[in-house]
Write a new protein. Structure first.
Length: 243
């Protein structure tokens, strides 16, 4: 099945899921979040788990959107506003560009992405940018990022993306900002235009995983979220290739 979007044709029969699923067992973690867990409801003789002899599966889920897997967040993550992600994201299909970048090491031995990495590389008409960082391997699916100081974006890059009209930014990192930055959150704030030019419809999606065989280029992005009235929700970004 084909679809045309903004003058480009995309193949809906070849979806590419770039989200990391939530599941029990080995799983990724960051910011010391409690691990994702699902537990069967037990009520007297009733057990909500067919593996334990129950008539059906009926489970309670515990999760932290920011620390357990792929998630999409809105302005209220770092700005005091009643806006929720379910209110902020009202459109779900975007013209997106996938680019692969190698973070560079600073004098402080941090790994960062800056404006030079993407300048003049963003195609006209794109309103979503997907950043895959190298090295890129499947350990990203179960990695423990706590106290590892993962790569992050310099504030200047977030400002540049804001000015370039990128409203939806997706990264395979735990955060746009340094793991410990004294609470500045400068890249988040620059992307959302805090404090003077707020962009309440802009979103940030973190902890994606783009397999190596997926080529850089233009895609149709379907950004799927759960209807949480919170600052963030687990999400499932899906790419469709251009013909």
């Amino acid at each position: 099945m084909l679809i045309e979007h903004r003058g480009k044709c995309f193949d809906l029969s070849k979806p590419i899921d770039i989200g990391i699923s939530l599941h029990d067992g080995a799983q990724l973690n960051c910011y010391s979040a409690p691990p994702f867990a699902s537990r069967p409801v037990v009520l007297g003789d009733f057990v909500g788990d067919m593996q334990q002899g129950g008539l059906l599966n009926y489970k309670t889920v515990t999760l932290n959107p920011h620390g357990n897997g792929t998630h999409t967040e809105c302005l209220s993550h770092v700005y005091d506003t009643p806006l929720t992600i379910n209110q902020a994201l009202k459109q779900f299909h975007f013209l997106a560009q996938l680019i692969t970048l190698i973070p560079h090491k600073t004098k402080e031995n941090d790994l960062v992405l800056n404006t030079a990495h993407v300048k003049d590389k963003i195609e006209p008409g794109v309103n979503a940018l997907i950043i895959r960082t190298l090295p890129n391997d499947k350990s990203k699916l179960t990695r423990n990022y706590n106290k590892t100081n993962p790569p992050y974006l310099e504030e200047s890059l977030a400002t540049y993306l804001n000015k370039q009209g990128i409203f939806h930014l997706l990264v395979d990192l735990p955060s746009l900002d340094r793991e410990e930055d004294g609470g500045k959150l400068s890249a988040h704030k620059a992307f959302w235009g805090i404090p003077n030019k707020l962009r309440p419809s802009a979103t940030i999606t973190e902890l994606i995983y783009v397999p190596n065989e997926v080529k850089d280029g233009t895609y149709l992005l379907n950004l799927q979220i759960a209807a949480f009235e919170l600052d963030a929700t687990p999400s499932k970004p899906v790419l469709y290739p251009q013909l």
